[in-house]
Design a binder for this molecule. Structure first.
Ligand SMILES: [Zn+2]
Length: 373
């Protein structure tokens, strides 16, 4: 294992183990040695990433794919990954984000969906706030669909930044409604940049006035239990998870972005759904069932999360872990939106951006089912 590889694994484990920066399989990490990109496969958490998990891909092949306009069969990132792959991946699949890892020249690249930084990236005032808070130390990229379009957007924004400042692009890239890319030559450099941007953005949030907390009455425990069980039954789910404290109370008003306006980042769509089912809190079982049916009718799919604004958040899933992850992802979104509103106004993904992920996910799901069948 090269020294750079051990530094990457340490970074992934140290930073990825913190839910501020990464949850479940989210985020990504890569190291470049001798023209080869070694990248975390999909589905492996950063927190437990080991050197033997890394998938080796030829950087020149990836960059050719990034810059080529040739039509390819199927998903262009998958096609590029197949051509760039060195040896047998043994079922490990490199992520859709390989291309932006390849184009950043720094040897160590970490990609995260961090909660503090996303208060800035998920913001209507994102570009102006980024300049104000991070100056020329960060490159801003507006939200772009994942895969080739995003990688090209990152490259164009880095080039424009270098052109404007007359210096090489900095090791911080802010991805609108998505997350961050932090890169560098050593563990210390990447860790320091991650700390720097997080501290600066945290300080800006803390310096902005906090909204007066809205005081919704507590839901009685038996009402809560009845709603959770009615939601589970209406969906036919195996498991639920719920919260009636913290951001489930303080940041879940009917006006909150993730409650009424839409999702903040693609991961939220994948794990918690684009919109929650909003309940009044006084529904009986038939009322919850009717609300779920109306939601299906309106959105073409079942809800994963239900919210009683200011009082309760419920998530359902096929397993306790899935329900827990859906809940945690949604509570993260509530926190990010509340922080975003403090320093500006939260930007939710628009309808076109949302539909792309919803359909893209469905497509990925269909492919995975087809493969197993
Ligand atoms: Zn990402």
């Amino acid at each position: 294992m090269s020294d750079l590889t051990s530094q990457l694994i340490a970074l992934a484990n140290d930073i990825g183990g913190d839910t501020e920066f990464s949850r479940a399989g989210g985020g990504n990490a890569s190291v470049k040695t001798d023209g080869v990109l070694h990248i975390k496969p999909s589905g492996v958490p950063l927190a437990t990433l080991a050197a033997e998990d890394l998938v080796p891909l030829r950087i020149d092949v990836l960059l050719d794919a990034l810059h080529s306009d040739e039509e390819v069969d199927g998903d262009p990132v998958r096609a590029a990954a197949r051509r760039a792959q060195i040896g047998d991946a043994g079922g490990r699949r490199p992520s859709v984000e390989i291309l932006f890892h390849a184009l950043i020249p720094d040897p160590l690249v970490l990609h995260l969906h961090p909660l503090t930084a996303n208060a800035l990236t998920c913001n209507e005032d994102g570009p102006a706030l980024a300049r104000e808070i991070l100056g020329d130390e960060a490159v801003w990229v507006d939200y772009i669909d994942p895969g080739v379009p995003l990688a090209r957007g990152v490259e164009a924004a880095r080039d424009a930044h270098a052109e404007r400042t007359g210096r090489p692009a900095p090791g911080i890239v802010l991805l609108g409604n998505h997350g961050i890319i932090v890169s560098g030559a050593t563990y210390d450099e990447v860790a320091e940049r991650t700390r720097f941007l997080t501290d600066r953005i945290r300080a800006a949030i803390d310096a902005a006035p906090a909204p007066a907390p809205e005081a919704a009455d507590d839901l009685p425990a038996d009402r809560r239990d009845a709603l959770v069980e009615a939601f589970r039954t209406a969906l036919g789910s195996e498991a639920t998870a719920s919260s009636c404290e913290g951001h489930a109370r303080t940041s879940s008003s009917a006006q909150a972005g993730p409650v009424s306006r839409g999702p903040l980042i693609p991961d939220q769509i994948v794990y918690s759904g684009s919109f929650p089912l909003v309940l009044a809190g006084d529904e009986d079982e038939a009322g919850v069932t009717a609300a779920v049916a109306a939601f299906r009718e309106a959105h073409g799919r079942a809800p994963i999360v239900a919210v009683v604004p200011g009082r309760l958040v419920i998530a359902a899933g096929d397993s306790p872990a899935a329900a827990q992850n859906a809940l945690a992802t949604y509570l993260d979104a509530l926190r990010v939106a509340a922080d975003a509103d403090r320093i500006g106004r939260v930007r939710v993904m628009d309808e076109r951006e949302r539909h792309f992920i919803e359909n893209w996910e469905a497509e990925a799901y269909r492919r995975s089912v087809a493969k197993e069948g």
